[in-house]
Design a protein around this ligand. Structure first.
Ligand code: SF4
Ligand code: SF4
Length: 93
């Protein structure tokens, strides 16, 4: 199960550096989670780190990405490097 960030996000910036999979990035208005990179922190921590630190509790499960623990571990095993941030060397222009 990937997690998702709702529009209650206040852009406090604290979740992004906590993600072990570089799944969180700033979107056009609020932060967002890449469901193809979020493993619910399976393989790294006992609980989702973004949810632990979010001060407004705006990170529910994403109902579009229901996955078992085994599927999450397989996703983790196949994760490549995260896309570079916009404007960084190597970012698409
Ligand atoms: S649950 Fe873990 S892997 Fe998923 S976005 Fe949050 S910190 Fe990243
Ligand atoms: S911790 Fe919560 S409120 Fe802060 S940027 Fe992340 S999702 Fe938004």
């Amino acid at each position: 199960m990937a997690l998702m960030i709702t529009d209650e996000c206040i852009n406090c910036d604290v979740c992004e550096p906590e993600c072990p999979n570089q799944a969180i990035s700033m979107g056009p208005l609020i932060y967002r989670i890449d469901p193809l990179r979020c493993t619910e922190c399976v393989g790294h921590f006992d609980e989702p780190q973004c949810r632990v630190v979010c001060p407004v509790a705006c990170i529910p499960n994403d109902p579009l990405y229901v996955e078992t623990r085994e599927q999450l571990l397989a996703k983790l095993a196949h994760l490549g490097p995260a896309d570079p941030p916009d404007g960084a060397p190597g970012a698409p222009s």
